[in-house]
Design a protein around this ligand. Structure first.
Ligand code: SF4
Ligand code: SF4
Length: 496
């Protein structure tokens, strides 16, 4: 009997036998309590490659704040000072439109990538999976043993040995969470500011210390208790899978065409090979009308799953594409003399039709076109970004002054952003109407990638003024080159 949910993973009739997985979450019991998962330690080719990739990514994550390009960190997301650095290029709030279009193109890219490759990102690159499966889980296996030993330990009475194991595990977990919290903060405030918090008198950095402590406990809670729930219930990308993937998306998939009808080995016919090994055939001579598939219903793919699902039920929201079930099944296939890849990267359609996965579909073409347009816009904005930019505002709380020669004056505050990698000599000039500028504490030289602030006065003759508000335009010059112009207003009397 075929106990698979269905070969058609789009069937939506919950009354179907084997469809229970559609109405229940594997980590929630019928009483609504948490089903604590004990996934078996995976082993195999994919797990080994993922381990190597994980160590590289963890190394990069921890080294990131210390790597500098053009004197700037490789990535800085300083929301507090509204300064963002990507690959050594500084973006200020004035560049928000560039960041917004950049983010939009990133989102479209993620949608495009997911439509083709499913949740590949989650299994291989996502920090949550990498930390959980490749760091915290490995430490847990090392201290408490594989799944059966962990289960036994949790159910055993409280002894010195249990206290030692649990204490060591939680202590190491908190230490790593503390390190992760520091690194995440370094991506927000920069490694130099973080170093000040760590080395200076704690009373001077209470906010920073509170943030580190808070982050540490959040990470500790996530990796100690919340675990796979992040991927199943909290992650918005995970929740979006149902609209992002379709039957052409490539994901970790069970080959139901080859695997069904599944049955245990002892229900099958044994054959002896020339080398003396025993092979369990797929043809049952007792039930001649039945042909067994390659799945021997050993549940090894389920036992290793960190989200507690059965991949044979088809693509599911909970699947993070971690490949653990692929390794587990390949090992079983090798042991029983069958070809590997019963659970593999494939699309539902390719398995249904027995063809190679088709990557280029009309939907993918549409996403690609959209991505090309938005990314092109991003490149255009980036390429035409001025070398320096000024924000000029009339000084708040002041009106105009009348001078003895009949001219009028206003005070202005200015912020100038040098967006280049070099120091720049820049000057603010009055473009319109005719008048004079007198700088008050404006430096001549702008350091590379820095923001300077200053003030200046503008003098306009009465003949140039309009009643109350006169439009005024400033130019930011580098030598004789106008690099940016800014509009503002000049306040004057009703009848100048
Ligand atoms: S079904 Fe397989 S790939 Fe998906 S989460 Fe479980 S073990 Fe990982
Ligand atoms: S590991 Fe392979 S053979 Fe065993 S139950 Fe899973 S799919 Fe079937």
């Amino acid at each position: 009997m075929n106990r698979s949910s269905t070969p058609d993973n789009l069937a939506l009739d919950p009354s179907d036998k084997g469809q229970h997985f559609r109405d229940a979450v594997s980590t929630i019991s019928a009483e609504g309590r948490r089903n604590w998962l004990y996934p078996r330690k995976p082993r195999g080719w994919y797990y080994d490659v993922r381990s190597v990739v994980s160590w590289i990514l963890i190394g990069f994550l921890f080294a990131g704040p210390f790597i500098k390009i053009n004197g700037q960190p490789i990535i800085l997301l300083n929301i507090l000072d509204r300064k963002f650095v990507l690959f050594g290029t500084v973006f200020w709030t004035q560049d928000f439109h560039i960041l917004a279009v950049g983010m939009l193109s990133l989102i479209i890219f993620i949608v495009l990538f997911t439509a083709i490759y499913g949740r590949l990102f989650c299994g291989w690159v996502c920090p949550q999976t990498i930390f959980m499966e490749m760091l915290f889980r490995k430490i847990e296996y090392a201290i408490e043993g594989d799944a059966p030993e962990q289960k036994r330990l949790n159910r055993s009475p409280f002894t010195a040995n249990k206290a030692l194991k649990k204490g060591a595990k939680l202590g190491i977990f908190f230490g790593i969470s503390f390190l992760i919290a520091n690194i995440f903060l370094a991506y927000i405030i920069g490694v130099d500011a973080l170093w000040e918090i760590v080395t200076n008198d704690p009373r001077e950095h209470l906010t920073g210390l509170t943030a580190i402590t808070l982050f540490s406990f959040v990470f500790f809670g996530v990796f100690t208790r919340f675990r796979e729930q992040v991927c199943i219930v909290a992650c918005p990308y995970g929740r979006l899978q149902s609209v992002l993937v379709d039957n052409s998306s490539i994901a970790v998939t069970y080959d139901f065409a080859r695997g069904e009808d599944r049955s245990l080995l002892n229900t099958r016919q044994k054959e002896k090979r020339d080398d003396g090994s025993v092979f369990f055939t797929n043809n049952d001579k007792i039930h001649k009308d039945r042909k067994y598939g390659d799945c021997i219903d050993c549940y090894q793919c389920v036992k290793v799953c960190p989200t507690g699902i059965d991949i044979r039920d088809g693509i599911q929201l909970e699947c993070i594409n971690c490949t653990a079930c692929m390794d587990a099944c390949d090992e079983i296939m090798e042991k029983t003399g069958r070809p590997t890849g019963l659970v593999r990267y494939a699309s539902f359609n390719s398995i249904k039709d027995g063809l190679k996965a088709r990557l280029f579909t009309p939907r993918i073409a549409a996403y690609m076109a959209l991505f090309a347009i938005v990314f092109g816009l991003f490149v255009y904005f980036l390429g035409t970004r001025p070398e320096a930019e000024a924000v000029i505002l009339r000084e708040p709380g002041r009106t105009w002054n009348e001078l003895p020669d009949g001219a009028y004056s206003n005070f202005y505050n200015v912020k100038i952003f040098n967006k280049t990698l070099n120091d720049q000599a820049v000057e603010v000039r009055l473009l319109h109407p005719a008048g004079e500028i007198q700088p008050l504490g404006l430096p001549d030289l702008l350091p590379a990638h820095e923001l300077v602030e200053g003030r200046f006065m503008v003098f306009l003759p009465g003949s140039e003024l309009q009643p109350v508000r006169t439009p005024i335009e400033f130019g930011l010059y580098s030598g004789d080159q106008l690099i940016h112009s800014v509009s503002s207003v000049f306040i004057g009397p009703q009848n100048p």
